[in-house]
Design a protein around this ligand. Structure first.
Ligand SMILES: CC(C)(COP(=O)(O)OP(=O)(O)OC[C@H]1O[C@@H](n2cnc3c(N)ncnc32)[C@H](O)[C@@H]1OP(=O)(O)O)[C@@H](O)C(=O)NCCC(=O)NCCS
Length: 284
C-alpha cells in the first residue's frame, strides 16, 4: 500500500511540473459554487485528469443522475471551472465524496475548504441545534384564518403599507407552512416555509420582534418540511441575528444581492426582518 502511494506521489509531481510553470495565482478571482450541469462533465474531466483520479467519465454522468445537487463545482466569472467536489447520496444515511480537485492556479486560497463547507452544509441542515426558548408570554401557533387581522396589523406596522392580498396568499400558500408568534393577543412574529422551484424549503417571510422568536420559528419551520431537498433563505446583511442563525446551521452565503432605489429608499426596521418574504417580487 505504501509503495503504491509513493508511486502515485511521484507520478503526480511529474504531471504537475509543467503546469506549475504556468501557474499564476490570483487571490482576487471571484467564483461561485453551484451544482454541476451534465454538459459540464467534459470540463470537470479536464480539471481532474492530471491529478490521478481513476473514475471513468460515465461515473460522473451516473452520479449526476442520482444526486445532481451533490455534484458541486467552482466557476469563475468567465465560466472557467476551477474546482469540483461531489458528495453523493449512497443511502439515506451515507454520502460519499469524490472528484475533489482545485485547479493548480487557485490552490491554497481556501477554495477546497469552501467546496467542502458547501457540499456538507447542503446535506446537514440540522434544526435541532437551534434554540426554541421563547420570551415569556409568547406562543407560536400554526396559521389559522382567525389570526389574520393580528398578522395584517403586525405586517402594516413593520413594512409601512397595506399588503393584505400578498400576506393572505403567503399564509395560505398550498406548498407552504406558516407559523405565527402571539403575545397578549398581538402578533409578534410571522414565519413561513415554502417549497421553491428547486424543491428546496425557502423560508420567508420571517419577521419577529425578538431574535429568539425568529430562531424558534426557523427551527420549527425546517422541521415542518422534511420533504425539502435543501434549504434557502434571503436575509439582510445588517440583521446580525438573522445571519447568526444561519451560521449556527452552517449555511454559507450563496450570493450577495444589491437593491437599487430610483427615488428614495424604503425605511423599515430591518432588525425585525429576519428573511425577505420573496426577494423577487416584494420589497421586504
Ligand atoms: C486537495 C485540494 C483540493 C485542496 O484545495 P485548496 O483549494 O488548495 O484547499 P484550501 O486552500 O481550502 O486548503 C488548503 C489546505 O489544505 C491542506 N492540504 C491541501 N492539500 C493537501 C495535501 N495534499 N495533503 C495534506 N494537506 C493538504 C493544507 O492544510 C492546506 O493549507 P495551506 O494552504 O495553509 O498549505 C487541492 O490541493 C487539489 O486539487 N489537489 C489535487 C487533487 C487531490 O489530491 N484531491 C484530493 C483527493 S482526495
Amino acid at each position: 500500500m505504501l509503495r503504491i502511494m509513493k508511486q502515485n506521489a511521484r507520478l503526480c509531481s511529474n504531471f504537475t511540473r509543467g503546469m506549475k510553470e504556468n501557474a499564476k495565482k490570483d487571490p482576487n478571482t471571484t467564483f461561485r459554487i453551484r451544482p454541476m450541469r451534465i454538459e459540464e462533465i467534459p470540463q470537470v474531466v479536464e480539471l481532474v485528469r492530471p491529478h490521478h483520479f481513476h473514475f471513468p467519465a460515465s461515473a460522473l454522468k451516473f452520479w449526476h443522475l442520482q444526486d445532481r445537487d451533490g455534484m458541486r463545482i467552482a466557476v469563475t466569472d468567465s465560466g472557467q471551472i476551477i474546482g469540483s467536489l461531489c458528495t453523493v447520496k449512497n443511502t439515506e444515511n451515507l454520502y460519499s465524496t469524490g472528484s475533489f480537485c482545485v485547479h493548480e492556479n487557485y490552490r491554497h486560497l481556501d477554495l477546497g475548504r469552501k467546496l467542502i463547507k458547501e457540499t456538507l452544509s447542503h446535506y446537514q441542515v440540522n434544526p435541532s441545534i437551534l434554540s426554541d426558548e421563547l420570551p415569556s408570554g409568547v406562543a407560536i401557533l400554526p396559521f389559522q384564518n382567525s389570526l389574520l387581522p393580528a398578522i395584517l396589523e403586525y405586517d402594516y406596522s413593520l413594512i409601512g403599507y397595506e399588503r393584505r392580498l400578498v400576506i393572505e396568499a403567503s399564509c395560505k400558500e398550498e406548498n407552504g407552512k406558516t407559523l405565527v408568534a402571539m403575545k397578549d393577543g398581538k402578533c409578534v412574529g410571522l414565519g413561513s416555509i415554502k417549497l421553491n422551484i428547486n424543491e428546496q424549503g425557502r423560508i420567508g417571510p420571517l419577521y419577529a420582534d425578538y431574535p429568539s422568536v425568529a430562531e424558534a420559528l426557523v427551527k420549527w419551520l425546517i422541521t415542518a418540511m422534511p420533504e425539502a431537498k435543501g434549504f434557502a433563505i434571503v436575509t439582510i446583511n445588517t440583521n446580525m441575528f438573522a445571519n447568526m442563525i444561519l451560521d449556527k446551521l452552517s449555511i454559507p452565503v450563496y450570493k450577495p444581492l444589491y437593491r437599487l432605489y430610483t427615488k428614495e429608499g424604503l425605511h423599515v426596521d430591518t432588525e425585525k426582518v429576519f428573511a425577505h418574504l420573496d426577494v423577487d417580487f416584494n420589497s421586504f
